[in-house]
Design a protein around this ligand. Structure first.
Ligand SMILES: Nc1nc2c(ncn2[C@@H]2O[C@H](COP(=O)(O)OP(=O)(O)OP(=O)(O)O)[C@@H](O)[C@H]2O)c(=O)[nH]1
Ligand SMILES: [Mg+2]
Length: 558
């Protein structure tokens, strides 16, 4: 894995600090170094049965994550690039057992029918998580982590989870522990308030499992509507995984099962559930915005079916037969699952059940509409058109923009947060000072400015530094891209126009930093001012700083 320039700087900091710190901190730094060398770690999280595994399969392009009930779905599974397909069961004691894929090419839901004995006396409870290595090209620059679904968490259990977080993350992994304010006890075995009530222990378990996963970015999957505790869960889980708050820097949300949205309940949908899902997603983005970069509508099932090769010519033929029957009869069939399976039609019952599993009623209806309008459409073309309706392509595009283009910055700032947390939890004030000085020096470097900007974005969007909405949106835009025209909100303008705009905004933020801003706002404003200044320099074709003629021209973050 090629490290980006910012990750390399942070790795350099780790190397420099290593000989100057205690063994414990050095161990943590080694872990940070190891992580910097891996692709972006992207976790998919959300409630039970929200469609996380289905979405993971669609992304990877292969039906490999089990989407039924089974033991696996209770385990974190990390999908990463490998030159040979294989599955490793990682035990809590660190041992690894390689198991074969199921005949259908997926992870066996019961871990290969293996008797518990194969994993030692404790059986599946001794399993930490699964590592699946796949030759999928998509995984070369991102590791996708499928996580167990969250149960319905009442607000009491959510706050218990939050209370347990600091301890759990530290117990799970020293380097990923989010620095808490030091009020919790030294050992992570029992959080404040104990484990009274339902499920305390298992929540701790899940949270630490999650910490083991070491996620740096998160895709949060929900269905129909964001419940009040969804946002809390989102915050709690990203805190445990990414060593910092959920924010537009590292989180994206999906409104999944768009096909099941009740169109009539959404104004302006015109009775179309996809349109309804788009409207819902937009309004929910407004609510969730400080926590996520965006909310995207998605039909994960359709995406999985059309992207993994599950959809066959025989399925297309069954749909073609359905397109030929009386439209009124077909209309009745797609009103409910039991009508679809029972009404008379020239498609046998196993084929109908299969269509339901692959497409659900919405997808079946969509396919039949396509075939009615254009009977000559081939199976391949039908698959492509259904894929186009799944939302997957837009999701991939946004994933690219939000995470992949900024992977270097995201990884580097997650690593810096981990280093900061290591220092904060270290007893020696001199050592703490040394680490902080090191971080500060790194952040002073011009190429590290993107990290400052991401940090400012997290402060502002998380509410730690209040800013009015328009300014928040501006910082979001600035940190949300690496292209000057997007950053300035002036796509496609000439370099001259962009330079003028960058200078104008740089000037504005500088005076905001000096006049009428709180100390927090002032710090953020300085960062924003400098970001605009660096954009201006880049546009003018100058090096950001440093001796001229070295290493050629480079933008602040590419
Ligand atoms: N109609 C419809 N069904 C979907 C969609 N996405 C997933 N499903 C179905 O929802 C069920 C649950 O999907 P999973 O992917 O297993 O959900 P999960 O979130 O991984 O579940 P757990 O891991 O058990 O929490 C499966 O039957 C999927 O086929 C969708 O967009 N539309
Ligand atoms: Mg699952």
């Amino acid at each position: 894995m090629m490290q980006g320039p910012l990750s390399r700087s942070v790795a350099g900091l780790c190397d420099a600090l290593m000989p100057q710190v205690s063994g414990r901190t050095a161990g943590g730094l080694r872990e940070v170094l190891r992580r910097l060398d891996t692709p972006l770690q992207l976790a998919v999280a959300g409630r039970i049965k929200s469609g996380k595994s289905t979405l993971v399969n669609a992304l990877i392009g292969r039906r490999v994550a089990p989407t039924d009930v089974g033991e696996c779905t209770r385990l974190v599974t990390r999908f990463q690039y490998g030159t040979v397909d294989r599955i490793e069961v990682v035990m809590k004691d660190g041992k690894r057992v390689t198991i074969p894929f199921a005949p259908d090419g997926g992870i066996p839901p019961d871990l290969g029918g293996t008797r518990n004995g194969d994993f030692g006396r404790a059986g599946l409870t001794a399993v930490s998580h699964l590592e699946a290595y796949l030759t999928s090209a998509m995984l070369t620059d991102v590791t996708v982590i499928d996580t167990p679904g969250l149960g319905s968490m009442d607000s009491a259990s959510v706050s218990r989870t939050e209370a347990l977080l600091g301890a759990a993350a530290q117990a799970g992994d020293g380097a990923s522990g989010r620095a808490s304010d030091g009020t919790d006890g030294p050992d992570g075995t029992d959080g404040p308030g104990g484990t009274g009530g339902t499920g305390g222990a298992s929540e701790l378990d899940r949270v630490s499992e999650f910490a083991v996963a070491g996620a740096e970015a998160i895709v949060y999957v929900f269905t129909q509507s964001v419940r009040s505790d969804d946002t809390k869960v989102l915050a709690a889980f990203t805190a445990a995984t990414a060593s910092r708050d959920a924010g537009p820097v590292n989180a994206l949300a999906v409104l999944n099962k768009a096909d099941t949205v009740l169109a009539d309940s959404v104004d302006g949908s015109g009775g179309d559930s996809w349109r309804a899902a788009e409207i819902l997603a937009r309004s929910q983005a407004a609510v969730l915005r400080p926590r996520v970069a965006d909310v995207l509508p998605m039909n994960g099932l359709l995406a999985e079916t059309t992207e993994t090769g599950a959809f066959t010519a025989a399925d297309a033929e069954a749909l073609r037969a359905l397109a030929g029957i009386d439209p009124a009869l077909f209309g009745a069939m797609v009103m409910a699952v039991d009508l679809f399976t029972s009404l008379p039609a020239p498609v046998d019952s196993p084929a109908r059940v299969r269509l339901l599993q692959l497409l659900d009623l919405y997808g079946i209806n969509a396919a039949v509409q396509i075939l009615r309008d254009e009977p000559s459409v081939s199976a391949g073309e039908l698959r492509r058109r259904l894929l186009a309706r799944s939302g997957l392509e837009e999701f991939r595009r946004r994933l690219g923009e939000v995470f992949r283009l900024r992977a270097d910055g995201i990884k580097a700032s997650a690593a810096l947060a981990s280093i900061g947390a290591l220092a904060a939890s270290c007893g020696d004030p001199n050592e703490r000072q040394r680490v902080h000085d090191g971080i500060e020096m790194l952040l002073q470097r011009p190429e590290a400015h993107q990290l400052r900007l991401l940090e400012a974005l997290t402060l502002v969007s998380g509410g730690a530094v209040p800013m009015d909405e328009e300014l928040t949106a501006e910082i979001l835009r600035l940190g949300g891209s690496t292209r000057p025209d997007d950053q300035l909100g002036l796509p496609g303008r000439t370099s001259g126009e962009l330079q003028t705009a960058a200078l104008e905004r740089a000037g504005w933020w500088r005076s905001f930093a000096s006049f009428g801003a709180t100390p927090g706002q002032s710090r953020v404003a300085h960062v924003v001012h400098r970001a605009y200044f660096l954009i201006w320099q880049e546009l003018r074709g100058h090096q950001p700083a440093g001796p001229p003629g070295l290493a050629g021209r480079r933008g602040p973050e590419r």
